[in-house]
Design a protein around this ligand. Structure first.
Ligand SMILES: [Zn+2]
Length: 243
């Protein structure tokens, strides 16, 4: 392992915040699988149930939501994650609203993670052929705003404190899909589990593109930056002291 890696030690509790079923599997499930095997407790929170994620005309949003929630739960099981929370925002129409921030703060205060994984809200033009989905950006923004500083501030969404939750400060934030990552997690041992988790999202794979190769190649490219066979990369925010 090179000096550049700065691979974080497996945390105790990790909350992963994403927009859609399959976002986690494409980008961070290798890290999740590795840490769960090391004893980390991981929970997923998804803003939507992926209910607009199709080009088919013969399926309703309600039906697709049921299918995709089941796929997400199956893929969580592959990597050993037992709990998935769906917030039920409409796929394709998510805004970084105060309502979403409130819901995410509640999940942070309920689960009390020491580490959160979320997606970079500033990522817009990912490549010459892909513009980042607006939901990814909106949920990333709401997640960052919930994590810092809101969840730790007792007068923010104080009704949650009155209900018995406590303010909670997340010490470490790992931002996925960051254009300039500074932290890499070696997923050589879990790349196959990551791909098995990805395969659970059968509704998303119509054969037009070989997503298994895409994901494997991303891991190779990430790893090449630091001399690893397969890696996932992050921008790491570490804040042991109060804001
Ligand atoms: Zn997505």
């Amino acid at each position: 392992m090179t000096e550049m890696n700065h691979e974080p030690a497996p945390p105790e509790r990790v909350l992963v915040i994403a927009a859609h079923p399959d976002d986690i599997e494409f980008v961070v499930a290798g890290t999740v699988a590795k840490w769960v095997r090391a004893g980390t407790e991981v929970r997923y929170v998804l803003a939507t149930s992926g209910d607009a994620g199709t080009h088919r005309l013969d399926v309703s949003r309600e039906e697709l939501a049921r299918i995709r929630e089941a796929e997400q739960r199956a893929s969580a099981r592959v990597v050993g994650v037992k709990e998935v929370v769906f917030l039920g925002y409409p796929d394709g129409q998510v805004e970084p609203s105060i309502a979403l921030r409130r819901d995410l703060v509640r999940e942070i205060r309920r689960f009390k993670p020491d580490t959160a994984i979320c997606f970079d809200p500033t990522r817009l033009f990912v490549s010459n052929s892909y513009i980042n989905h607006p939901d990814h950006r909106a949920v990333g923004q709401a997640a960052v705003d919930a994590l810092s500083p809101t969840a730790a501030m007792p007068l923010s969404f104080a009704e949650q404190i009155e209900e018995g939750l406590e303010p909670h400060r997340v010490r470490q934030i790992l931002v996925a899909s960051a254009p300039a990552p500074d932290t890499w997690v070696d997923i050589t041992e879990t790349i196959d589990l990551k791909i098995e988790a990805l395969r659970q999202h059968a509704s998303q794979f119509d054969g037009r593109r070989d997503y298994v190769s895409v994901v494997r190649n991303w891991a190779v490219e990430n790893g090449a930056a630091v001399g690893l066979q397969y890696a996932e990369s992050y921008r790491r925010i570490y804040r042991p002291q109060p804001d």
